[in-house]
Design a protein around this ligand. Structure first.
Ligand SMILES: Cc1cc2nc3c(=O)[nH]c(=O)nc-3n(C[C@H](O)[C@H](O)[C@H](O)COP(=O)(O)OP(=O)(O)OC[C@H]3O[C@@H](n4cnc5c(N)ncnc54)[C@H](O)[C@@H]3O)c2cc1C
Length: 418
């Protein structure tokens, strides 16, 4: 390890790993510190949306994703539990080449990105290295203090990037005020054998404070996520787990057989959900990206994609700052100005969806059904929602007039325009 780098990135998650590659490919000298000894490999899966596919494609990493890591899906069918289909979103309606959703096992996909870092001669990745604090001169960040294999290091850098997730230690060390909100519900995740007759379409069931998502994944498997309150998960015992399995089989009877393989709670994972709102993302000599700056509710399935898009935007801005020898907050602000509007729109959308979809109120459920049924018939509004989820649209999917159309209070004369 050297004593001085151009850039130190704290955290080798999606945002950090993509940024490290982009910077190293510009010949910039980068050190990436990762607390974990090796990347996490468990059953969690995520949707790689079209905007994230483009980021990987531009790095030459999309077509080489191992086939056992991703499954291509075009259609997402939305159902009201016990009442049938409400709406279908078809990624095939999007512009080529990114006109599908890729459901990926997060571990192998992330490993694929990290493997690419090995070829970069100006990039050092240090696993088991924990960020402990910032080196400063006055208000300006000059580097980091880190611990690796029992030894403490002071390492200088022209720019320090906090890509260290929701509970970001870099954000705290910078003294950036942030609201870290934990939603009352998270998701129970697991993988089942895909039942016979379950095709390549994804299913999304909404009920009374109940959500079940079923996404086909490689090897004829099916990834599920089931909405669960944090309190229920905390007190969940074997009997409670059985009743969750029964509830899932009741929602989709094709799961009854595969669920028999799930005999213990530790075959599943519970992921809590957070939103982070940080007052600023930049400081003199430092910047925060991804969940550290702006975690969002997974309803929009965009958190990882936004961390990757941050990396793309920051790599451009950082290159200019390093070339000028000016990594002040004022220079880095261009990054925040570019990214904040899109991210905040998605955060608001995630909260709206949480309010409507996680609700037990019959009035709200009626409204949700009405909106989804309108979308099923209305190609224009459906496309606006699809392009937002796909990360291709910067503005909110609905204007006020669109909202009135969606709940059936206004006719839509442009409904056939895609
Ligand atoms: C249930 C659920 C489903 C989701 N589904 C999707 C989806 O379908 N699509 C999508 O795009 N997003 C999804 N997300 C969101 C996505 O997982 C996150 O937004 C994304 O992982 C954020 O990436 P990141 O690089 O900012 O942070 P992280 O992935 O959290 O990476 C941070 C890294 O920093 C390291 N670190 C932390 N502290 C230190 C330290 N002190 N020193 C050194 N290293 C440190 C950590 O070990 C970690 O490797 C989902 C989230 C949840 C909860």
């Amino acid at each position: 390890m050297k004593k001085l780098y151009d850039v130190i990135i704290v955290g080798a998650g999606s945002g950090g790993a993509i940024l490290s590659l982009l910077l190293a490919r510009q010949g910039i000298d980068v050190l990436m510190l990762e607390r974990d000894v090796q990347p996490l490999h468990d059953i969690r899966s995520e949707i790689l949306q079209p905007n994230g596919q483009k980021v990987l494609d531009d790095l030459g990493l999309l077509k080489t994703i191992p086939t056992e890591a991703v499954h291509q899906t075009h259609q997402f069918d939305f159902f009201r539990i016990g009442k049938g289909r409400l709406c279908t979103f078809n990624y095939g309606d999007l512009p080529v080449p990114y006109n599908s959703a890729l459901t990926a096992f997060s571990g192998p996909l992330h490993q694929h990105v990290l493997d690419a870092t090995a070829a970069e001669t100006t990039l050092t990745v240090l696993y088991g290295a924990v960020f402990n604090g910032l080196m400063r001169r006055g208000k300006t960040v000059m580097g980091v203090m880190a611990e690796h294999e029992g030894r403490n290091y002071d390492i200088r850098a022209k720019l320090v990037v906090g890509a260290d997730g929701i509970k970001s230690a870099v954000r705290k060390a910078l003294g950036i005020p942030a609201q870290v909100y934990q939603y009352p519900e998270g998701y129970l995740l697991g993988v089942l054998q895909r039942p016979p007759g379950f095709d390549h379409r994804s299913r999304y069931y909404i009920g009374r404070k109940e959500i079940l998502g079923l996404l086909p994944v490689p090897n004829d498997q099916l990834y599920f996520f089931y909405l669960l309150s944090n309190a229920t998960r905390a007190g969940l015992d074997a009997a409670g787990f059985e009743s969750i399995k029964n509830a899932m089989a009741e929602i989709d009877p094709s799961l009854a057989q595969p669920l028999k393989q799930l005999t213990r709670l530790d075959q599943t994972i519970f992921r809590p959900c957070f939103r982070v709102r940080s007052k600023t993302w930049v400081a003199d000599g430092a910047v925060i990206i991804g969940d550290a700056a702006h975690a969002m509710n997974p309803h929009v399935s965009q958190g990882r994609m936004q961390a990757m898009q941050d990396a793309v935007a920051l790599s451009r801005v950082a290159q200019g700052c390093l070339a000028k020898g000016d990594c002040s907050a004022l220079s880095l602000e261009a990054f925040e100005r570019e990214r904040r509007p899109h991210v905040e729109m998605l955060q608001r959308l995630g909260d709206e969806q949480t309010f409507f979809w996680n609700s037990a109120s019959p009035v709200i459920q009626f409204t949700v059904d009405r909106v989804l049924r309108t979308l099923d018939d209305n190609a224009r509004l459906r496309y606006q929602v699809l392009t937002t989820t796909a990360g291709l649209r910067q503005q909110s999917p609905f204007s006020l007039a669109d909202k009135l159309v969606a709940v059936g209070l206004l006719p839509d004369f442009r409904s056939d325009a895609g």
